[in-house]
Design a protein around this ligand. Structure first.
Ligand code: SF4
Length: 460
């Protein structure tokens, strides 16, 4: 039998006249020394814990919270611990180490000292929390005690944030707070005596009856007390409803409130504070890592508790806001994820830019390491425009928002990096989320706010 061979003219021969003799066995790379620790290193991760209880509900507060109630608090803490366990069992979570966290609310210290101890103990024993992880917690001057402060310190929490609002007695009265500035100062001294070195206080501008002089007084007291961080917020517009009801002096004009911002930014800068997020100031080295690192470096965040927002496995999402449905979902063994979005690669890049700018600066090399792109080239037009407006400065290391002018417009600057389709898109908390809330019945009878409860903000 004879074998005949035919020569077929294969079209790709025109493209590849010679067959490549190198047999592909892996993706080409330049090799560098690698060790076992690097190969198996756990990646950093953060955690946000929401405690939706307050001992006294503030009149003008937009946050999800409930009057502290012994039974509800106990049931909630069981659910929260179960949610932690549910996360802890997942391999993706086990591949990470918790390096930072934030415990907010509500008022986390509305919990008792043993409850705080139990919750933190459960979290640390279930998740891989790194020794020395950077954790912050919120409190109010009336909800903190030596016992609670000691528990927090023993559990490794190093930064505490107190809602003070003002050191002027009349203004405290106008926002419905215990109007004794000495008590506020004493709570700060107590935290220092207990061992807290990093103490943040929240102050408010735009309060009824506030003047530039009284605002300066509050800032002076805060600086003299030696706190390491000061954040300030504008008293909320709808607080004016209470102004009419209670015949309070008017809130300052908007132009005066704007001047109060610039005045405070300049004063705090002169006194050694650095600005971040626009209205937060910290002594060097005391800025919380939670926002700075998790935002600009794209560190995943586990959300715990109702309304908590998280960012895991390329999804941004937030938890069921209704506490009853939250508890039921968790107790059924599921994660209480309510709504969210898959983040594509290009959105992740923009997200890092937006949140990095919000933190005040974006490092070029770190950004390239995380996303593999040079943001200075990618966003050349936006960056040039912001430089021309003197809102940012740039050098070969990256960009930095200029203070105080740029800090004041920080949100405007951040939005320059939104994709065009989202330029006028509202934040999630401003969006109508009702369609996404599950329709299962609420299993719990919740405590409602007493009708005559009226107060200013204790914190935030
Ligand atoms: S502002 Fe007042 S009501 Fe709102 S979370 Fe803080 S303490 Fe609670």
């Amino acid at each position: 039998m004879s074998i005949t061979t035919t020569t077929t003219s294969m079209p790709f021969w025109k493209e590849y006249p010679e067959r490549d003799s190198e047999w592909v066995r892996q993706y080409p790379t330049k090799h560098v020394p690698v060790n076992e620790e690097e190969v198996f290193a756990r990646k950093p991760m953060g955690v946000y814990v929401h405690i939706p209880f307050c001992n006294r509900l503030c009149f003008s507060c937009p946050y999800i919270k409930h009057q502290t109630d012994r039974d509800l608090t106990r049931t909630y803490l069981e659910a929260l611990k179960t949610e932690i366990t549910n996360y802890a069992e997942r391999p993706y979570i086990q591949d990470h180490v918790i390096t930072l966290g934030y415990i907010g609310g509500g008022t986390p210290t509305a919990l008792t000292a043993p409850q705080l101890d139990d919750l933190l103990g459960h979290m640390y024993s279930s998740l891989n929390v790194e020794e020395g992880a950077d954790f912050s917690i919120e409190t109010t001057p009336v909800d903190i005690s030596e016992r609670k402060a000691t528990v927090l310190l023993e559990r490794g929490i190093r930064r505490i944030s107190l809602g003070v609002q003002t050191f002027v007695p009349e203004e405290l009265k106008n926002i419905g707070r215990p109007n004794d500035p000495e008590m506020l100062k004493e709570s700060i001294r107590l935290l220092r005596r207990c061992g807290f070195e990093n103490i943040n206080i929240d102050l408010m501008h735009g309060i009824n009856g506030q003047t530039m002089e009284s605002w300066e007084h509050s800032l002076d007291v805060a600086i003299e007390l030696g706190v390491t961080c000061i954040s300030f917020y504008t008293y909320m517009e709808f607080a004016q409803i209470s102004t009419k009801r209670r015949k309070l002096p008017p809130v300052p004009e908007k132009a005066v409130v704007d001047d109060m911002f610039l005045f405070a930014a300049e004063k705090l800068s002169r006194n050694g504070f650095l600005g971040y997020y626009g209205d937060c100031f910290a002594k060097p080295g005391y800025q919380p890592k939670y926002g700075e690192t998790s935002w600009s470096e794209d560190i995943p965040i586990i959300p715990l508790g109702p309304t908590a927002t998280g960012h895991l496995r390329d999804h941004w999402y937030f938890n069921e806001p209704d506490i009853g449905r939250y508890i039921q979902t968790v107790m059924e063994g599921r994660l209480p994820i309510s709504m969210g979005k898959h983040i594509t690669k290009s959105e992740a890049i923009r997200r890092s830019m937006v949140l990095g700018v919000k933190a005040g600066r974006v490092n070029r090399e770190r950004f390239r390491r995380i996303h593999g792109v040079d943001f200075m080239e990618m966003f050349r037009a936006e960056i040039d425009d912001l430089i021309e407006k003197e809102l940012i400065t740039a050098d070969e290391n990256g960009i930095e928002v200029t203070g105080p002018k740029g800090w004041y417009y920080l949100d405007n600057i951040s939005k320059a990096f939104y994709s065009p389709e989202f330029r006028r898109y509202p934040q999630h908390l401003g969006a109508d989320i009702s369609n996404f809330i599950s329709s299962r019945p609420i299993p719990l009878q919740l405590t409602t706010r007493p009708k005559d409860e009226e107060a200013g903000c204790d914190h935030h």
